[in-house]
Design a protein around this ligand. Structure first.
Ligand code: ATP
Ligand code: MN
Ligand code: MN
Length: 371
């Protein structure tokens, strides 16, 4: 009966923004299996199935203890027949045969390999795979393939940027970005966002939000920071996107996941750091530095809270914030604004807490957003 079930499992919300999810995951075996399947659905552009497995994984990550039997999960949201079958197998045998089959599947392996290169997404991977290519050396030897600049850089620094970034490296980068920002704009504010603000141990990059206390000051901020990094000899790659944000165009026809703030996707040379066990294709091995991926975004200061909430992640948490706003509150949320469709007005916010309050949600700390 109900009394044998842990109380915490009986009341789990279907929305990640109503759950607290730390980096501690008691159900890693199951969620790892789900994530392999989700990734494969993504490779095959089966968005519905991909989302189903991502949602299911996210629910299990929020549980304070390991699931021991299928019965314990009967009241949990977002678990369908397929996810339950996989979970059952993992609980019973310690592994899922469907996942094992995928892990040794040539197509899955090749997509995984190709998409691990900076600048290569599922579409490019698919093109190369259909062209009969299976390895980096085959891609690099194929004269009919034109690599764009991002992909060239991706191969050049593959060993470094396919490795993880540590917390210590994120801290050094924070100081570097801080100094570069303040050298050019003394009042600039730098905030760590993304995975490292959620207290993850490792990341694939380091994300920062930079802004200025007075409105408009952010317009020249990113180019100045980029110049400063270049002057210091740290800039290995810079993909800069100027702002396309226009406050007068809100509410935008569709509230979207991508935002319009000025941003740049960088690869920086970080001195005094090395990738452990990295595989180096094109670089010498006796170096006292490594390449790291860094993202900078610079919203106007009056949009700061929305940008911060939107970039803190996780992706699943962000998705569910938007879904919750729309489905439960009749509101539209994106990285720029929160719009109340009932009152036909924008709701102002200067902190993340303001946004949670407008949505009638309990505040979830960044380290509890690892959905
Ligand atoms: P990881 O350790 O893998 O970097 P992460 O959570 O930091 O984990 P990122 O891909 O760096 O993942 O993304 C951080 C946040 O920034 C996410 O919430 C994502 O929604 C947001 N984000 C990333 N790229 C963009 C973009 N181009 N426009 C808007 N938001 C973005
Ligand atoms: Mn990140
Ligand atoms: Mn990022």
């Amino acid at each position: 009966g109900a009394c044998s079930k842990p109380a915490s499992m009986a009341t789990v919300s279907q929305f990640a923004c109503q759950r607290r999810t730390t980096t501690e995951n008691s159900n890693k075996k199951i969620t790892d299996a789900f994530e392999v399947l989700a990734e494969n659905y993504e490779f095959n552009e089966m968005d519905g199935s991909c989302l189903a497995f991502r949602r299911a994984a996210s629910v299990l990550k929020s549980l304070p203890m390991a699931v021991r039997s299928l019965r314990e999960t009967q009241d949990l949201p977002c678990l369908g027949e397929h996810t339950k079958a996989v979970m059952e197998e993992v609980l019973r045998c310690g592994r899922s045969f469907e996942v094992e089959k995928l892990l040794s599947d040539e197509r899955y392996q090749t997509f995984k390999l190709f998409t691990s290169v900076f600048g290569v997404g599922p579409k490019t991977a698919d093109k190369w795979y259909r062209g009969g290519l299976r390895s980096f050396s085959e891609v690099l030897a194929d004269r009919s393939i034109h690599l764009n600049q991002m992909q060239q850089i991706g191969f050049l620094h593959y060993g470094d940027i396919s490795g993880v970034v540590s917390k210590a490296e994120a801290r050094s980068l924070r100081n570097i970005i801080d100094e570069a920002a303040r050298a050019t704009t003394p009042a600039a504010k730098v905030a760590l966002t993304g995975g490292f603000c959620r207290e993850k141990e490792f990341g694939h990059d380091v994300d920062f939000i930079v802004t200025t206390p007075e409105l408009g000051g952010e317009e020249t901020l990113l180019p100045k920071i980029i110049d400063e990094l270049k002057k210091q000899g740290m800039l290995l790659y810079c993909d800069y996107h100027p702002s396309t944000f226009d406050i007068n165009k809100l509410p935008s026809p569709k509230f979207e996941a991508m935002d319009h703030y000025a941003k740049c996707f960088l690869i920086l040379r970080l001195e005094g750091s090395r990738v452990e066990g990295g595989l180096h294709i094109a670089e010498g091995d006796n170096r006292g530095w490594r390449a790291v991926r860094v993202d900078l975004v610079s919203p106007p200061v009056d949009r700061y809270a929305f940008a911060l909430l939107g970039w803190s992640g996780s992706r699943q948490f962000e998705r569910d914030l938007r879904r919750f706003a729309r489905a439960k509150r009749g509101m539209l949320l994106d990285n720029h604004a929160l719009y109340d469709k009932n009152k036909n007005e924008f709701l102002a916010a200067s902190t993340e807490k303001d946004i949670f309050a407008h949505l009638g949600l309990e505040y979830i700390e960044p380290w509890q957003r690892n959905a």
